[in-house]
Design a protein around this ligand. Structure first.
Ligand code: HMG
Ligand code: MG
Length: 298
């Protein structure tokens, strides 16, 4: 059955911008975060404390994290792949971080330069340190519906990595269809495997829209009871270590879908759409939200 309300995790400022080749001014990122908050997004992934050599676009993580105007009730989170990233994020007053692993060995190597097992070993002290600092940790699993290097990924492998993150203390595990190859039945089967070990209300769907399947996949997992969805304003984004992967499902399209299903999200679609038009113009990208483009042409 469908949930009555859904929490959106807006990943536009991070996943949406991390792959942009041209420098984006920190001020533009800060304005984006502020506009998203004004539109009702209560959870915004604002930055990524990763190596600037690996992801140059996120090099201003400190400036972003300390420069943002905090609104009441909004969680501003950041990616932290290791203790170095966590320590820097803590210095910036972060209240929530995320570690990111994968269900694919090859992707793990390309993305974070270590095996899946090594990554879990690296995350353990991150979780310990974060807990001591009263900072919540979210866990990502990438390649849950396919890998750019290995192809098919077994649901059992996804379940294994998700469980490891959850057992380690991640309060929520976000399931990433990094390259958007998934289809609804596949998404359901993967979710069923993961949900044997982790309660449904601790799971999130993080679907990229490369093959135009993200909304269909979301509908499938919503029906199973998933109530947390990661999305990116205007469908911005892609992963620098997954060639050809396009952006996340557009936040505007998700809100339109939820509104139609009578599922509460607390988001003002008009304000969100306005933000999508503003940011795509600011960085010279097409707006990949169909709902937003349609609303603008009424
Ligand atoms: P490494 O080279 O193995 O790390 O990279 P290292 O510990 O050997 O350090 C190498 C250098 O990086 C050193 O600097 C460190 O200080 C520095 P040097 O001495 O050479 O000048 N370094 C750092 N600098 C800043 N912040 C840090 C940090 N750690 C080390 N935290 C590492 C390992 C994990 C750092 C690297 O591989 C990395 O940064 N990877 C990030 C890749 C990434 O951000 N990918 C995109 C996000 S994941 C994603 O998009 C998927 C998701 O959306 C879900 C989905 O869609 O599936 C989440
Ligand atoms: Mg992603």
């Amino acid at each position: 059955t469908f949930p009555t309300s859904v929490r959106l995790v807006e990943v536009g400022p991070r996943d949406g911008l991390q792959n942009e080749p041209e420098a984006i001014a920190t001020a533009t990122k800060l304005e984006l975060i502020d506009r998203l908050g004004a539109a009702g997004l209560a959870h915004i992934e604002a930055a990524s404390f990763v190596s600037p050599k690996w992801v140059p676009q996120m090099a201003d993580h400190r400036e972003v994290m300390t420069g943002l105007t905090r609104r009441n009730g909004i969680v501003y989170s950041a990616l932290t792949p290791n203790l170095k990233g966590l320590e820097a994020a803590l210095e910036c007053g972060v209240e929530e971080v995320a570690v990111f692993g994968a269900a694919s060995e090859a992707f793990s190597q390309k993305n974070i330069n270590c095996s899946v097992a090594e990554s879990l070993k690296r995350f353990a002290p991150v979780l310990e340190r974060a807990k001591a600092a009263n900072v919540r940790v979210r866990g990502y699993v990438s390649c849950v519906l396919g890998c750019p290097y290995e192809g098919e990924i077994a649901p059992a492998k996804v379940a294994e990595v998700a469980k490891a993150l959850f057992d380690m203390g991640c309060y929520e595990v976000s399931l990433g269809d990094t390259i958007g190859t998934g289809t609804p039945l596949k998404a359901k089967r993967m979710l069923e495997a993961v949900a044997r070990d982790i309660p449904m209300d601790k799971l999130a769907a993080h679907f990229h829209d490369t093959y135009g399947q993200a909304l269909a996949n979301l509908y499938a997992v919503l029906e199973e009871g998933v109530a947390v969805i990661d999305s990116s304003v205007a469908g911005l984004g892609g992963c620098p270590y997954a060639k050809g992967a396009s952006g996340n499902v557009a936040s505007e399209d998700v809100v339109y879908l939820l509104d139609g299903l009578g599922i509460e999200s607390g988001i003002d679609l008009d304000k969100l759409a306005e933000t999508g038009h503003w940011i795509t113009q600011a960085i010279g990208r097409p707006n990949r939200s169909k709902a937003s483009v349609a609303l603008a042409s009424r």
